[in-house]
Write a protein that binds this ligand. Structure first.
Ligand code: FAD
Ligand code: ZN
Length: 473
C-alpha cells in the first residue's frame, strides 16, 4: 500500500497552484538551517499566497497527520524552521505573504503580513513618517512572522522592548485550520486569556502566524552613535547606569563587545577597523535618539561621555561625526557573528542575566572554561542594556573545529548553562529553543512551568502536527 502522505504535494498544489509547491530541485535554502548545522528533507515546500490558502494547507496536512514546519526567512539560530530528516514534514513558507496591509496613523499602528521582510517594513513605515523600532543584523532576510514566532530582540529592546512588546494583535491559523482574527490594534483588551502572547515566542509549535498589527513610534529628530572603551565589564555596566540616568528614554542602544570578538572582525573584515580598542578589554556602542535636534543629542552625549571618563567607567570615547561613521560603527558590531562564522564552527550561547550579575557570571564562566579546555577562545558580545550576552565559545587556535564541537559541545553547554542558572539567568534570551536546546530545557525550566507548557500544547495542537520536536520534546 502506498503511503497516503505521497499524495499530499498534489493536494497542496490544487490549493496554492502547482508552481508554489516545491518537491525537487535545490531545496537547501528551505532545508538547511542558517548556521549550516543541520540539513533536513522536506516532503514538500508550500508557499501560500493568503490566509485562506494557509488555512486550507493546514487542513490538508492535518487530515493526513502531516507535520508542518512554518518558515519565514530561515535566519533562526536554534534549528527551528527546517524539517527533520524523515522526508515527511511540510515546510510552510510565508514568503509570498509579504504585503503591508495598512498603516493606521492615528493609532500609531501598522498591519502587515507574516512574510514581510523586517527591513521592508522598516522602510515602508519610515517613508510614511513612522519608526518601527525592531532592528537586528538579519533584518534584510528575517520576516515579521519569524520575528514574532521567535519573539526576536535585537538592538533596540532597551527602549522599545522585544517583538512581543511591539505587537498589538495577530492573525493566526490554528492547527485545525481555523483562522483567528485578532488584529484589533487595541492597546487595552482585558477580555480573558492573552492568546496573542501565547502565540508570540511559540516558535511555530501552536499555529501559523499569518499577519500582525504592530506598534509604531514617531521618528526621532536625531539619532547619534558613540563608541567607548571600558576598562572592565563592571565599568561597562556602570556606564550603562550612567547613560540610563542621563539620557533616559533617549538611550535606544547599548551594545558591549569583548576584545577578542573585535579582533575577529578586524581579521576577517580588515576594512572595518574599530575606532579605539587597542588594549581595552571591552568596547561599548551607545545610541542616543532625540526628539529635539541633533545639536541637543550631541550635547547630551558629550556631557555623558565626559562624566564617564571622569568616573573611570570609560577610558576613551568618541561620538560619530556623520551618518556614514555611525553606520560603520554599527556594521562593526553586527559583523561579529559573521566574523565568528568565518573563523570556524563555534558553540553559541544566547543567555540572559540580571545586568548586575553579568560581570560575576563572565568571570566565573571564563575561569571554568579556561581551566577545563586550555586555549579555548571566548567571543563575548551582546545587548548589555537588556542583560543579553552572546557568550560564544570558539575552538583553541589550530584545533579542528568540527572535532572540538563533537567532543566538547555538550560539556561546554552544561558548564555555561549551569553557571547561568546559578546567577538566576535564562538559557535563551532571544534566539529561542528550537530543536537545538529542546533537550536542555527540562534541566533549567521548573517542572511546573514545563507541565503547563505541555498542557497548552496538547490543548491547542492535540495531534502534535505543528513543528514537532521543537521547544518541547
Ligand atoms: P525563521 O528562521 O524562518 O523561523 C524562526 C522560528 O519561527 C521557527 O521556529 C519557525 O518555525 C517559526 N516561524 C517562522 N515564521 C512563522 C510564522 N509565520 N508562524 C509561526 N511560526 C513561524 N535574533 C534576535 O532575536 N536578535 C538578534 O539580534 C538576532 N541577530 C541575528 C543576526 C544574524 C546574522 C542572524 C542570522 C540571526 C539573528 N537572529 C537574531 C535570529 C533570527 O534572525 C531571528 O530569530 C528572526 O526573528 C527569525 O526570523 P525568520 O523570519 O528568519 O524566522
Ligand atoms: Zn542578539
Amino acid at each position: 500500500m502506498t503511503n497516503p502522505l505521497f499524495s499530499l504535494p498534489g493536494t497542496l498544489g490544487r490549493i496554492v497552484g502547482a508552481a508554489h509547491v516545491l518537491t525537487d530541485g535545490d531545496l537547501s535554502g528551505y532545508e538547511r538551517d542558517w548556521r549550516g548545522r543541520e540539513r533536513g528533507r522536506a516532503l514538500a515546500v508550500v508557499c501560500p499566497a493568503n490566509v485562506g490558502e494557509v488555512a486550507a494547507v493546514v487542513r490538508a496536512c492535518a487530515a493526513l497527520g502531516a507535520a508542518i514546519v512554518p518558515q519565514g526567512g530561515n535566519t533562526g539560530l536554534s534549528v527551528g524552521s527546517t524539517p527533520d530528516g524523515s522526508g515527511t514534514q511540510v515546510v510552510l513558507s510565508l514568503r509570498r505573504m509579504n504585503a503591508v496591509r495598512g498603516i493606521d496613523a492615528a493609532n500609531f499602528a501598522v498591519t502587515v503580513e507574516a512574510g514581510c521582510v523586517l527591513q521592508a517594513l522598516q522602510t515602508a513605515t519610515r517613508e510614511a513618517g513612522f519608526l518601527f523600532p525592531l532592528s537586528l543584523a538579519a533584518e534584510g532576510s528575517c520576516t515579521i512572522g519569524g520575528n514574532l514566532a521567535a519573539n526576536a530582540g535585537g538592538t533596540q529592546v532597551l527602549r522599545y522592548g522585544n517583538a512581543r512588546e511591539l505587537c498589538l494583535g495577530l492573525e493566526v491559523v490554528t492547527p485545525q485550520g481555523e483562522v483567528w482574527d485578532g488584529l484589533s490594534g487595541l492597546r487595552k483588551d482585558n477580555t480573558g486569556y492573552d492568546l496573542r502572547d501565547l502565540f508570540i515566542g511559540s516558535e511555530g509549535t501552536l499555529g501559523v502566524i499569518t499577519a500582525a498589527t504592530l506598534k509604531l513610534y514617531p521618528l526621532p529628530a536625531a539619532q547619534l552613535t558613540a563608541w567607548a572603551a571600558a576598562p572592565s565589564l563592571q565599568a561597562a555596566v556602570d556606564l550603562l547606569g550612567l547613560a540610563q540616568r542621563q539620557l533616559g528614554a533617549g538611550l535606544t542602544g547599548f551594545e558591549v563587545m569583548g576584545q577578542f570578538a573585535l579582533s575577529l572582525v578586524e581579521k576577517h573584515y580588515p576594512h572595518l577597523r574599530p575606532p579605539l580598542y587597542c588594549g581595552t578589554p571591552w568596547c561599548v556602542l551607545l545610541e542616543n535618539s532625540d526628539h529635539e535636534s541633533e545639536a541637543h543629542a550631541r550635547a547630551q552625549f558629550e556631557h555623558l561621555l565626559q562624566a564617564a571618563l571622569e568616573s573611570g567607567c570609560a577610558t576613551d570615547a568618541v561620538v560619530a561625526e556623520s551618518i556614514t561613521q555611525a553606520k560603520t560603527l554599527w556594521q562593526i558590531r553586527e559583523s561579529i557573528p559573521l566574523a565568528q562564522a568565518a573563523e570556524g564552527l563555534n558553540i553559541k550561547h544566547d543567555i540572559s542575566l540580571p545586568v548586575s550579575r553579568i560581570p560575576a557570571f563572565v568571570t566565573e564562566a571564563d575561569t571554568l572554561l579556561a581551566h577545563r579546555i586550555p586555549g579555548v577562545r571566548l567571543v563575548n558580545f551582546g545587548h548589555l542594556g537588556d542583560g543579553n550576552l552572546h557568550y560564544n565559545v570558539q575552538a583553541p587556535l589550530g584545533a579542528d573545529a568540527a572535532q572540538f564541537l563533537r567532543e566538547q559541545e555538550e560539556r561546554v553547554n552544561t558548564l555555561v548553562f549551569d553557571a547561568v542558572a546559578r546567577h538566576q539567568g535564562s538559557i535563551s534570551a532571544e534566539h529561542g529553543i528550537g530543536s537545538l536546546k529542546a533537550a536542555k530545557l527540562p534541566r533549567y525550566k521548573p517542572a511546573v512551568a514545563l507541565d503547563l507548557m505541555r498542557a497548552i500544547k496538547r490543548a491547542i495542537d492535540p495531534r502534535g502536527i505543528m513543528n514537532p520536536g521543537r521547544v518541547l520534546r
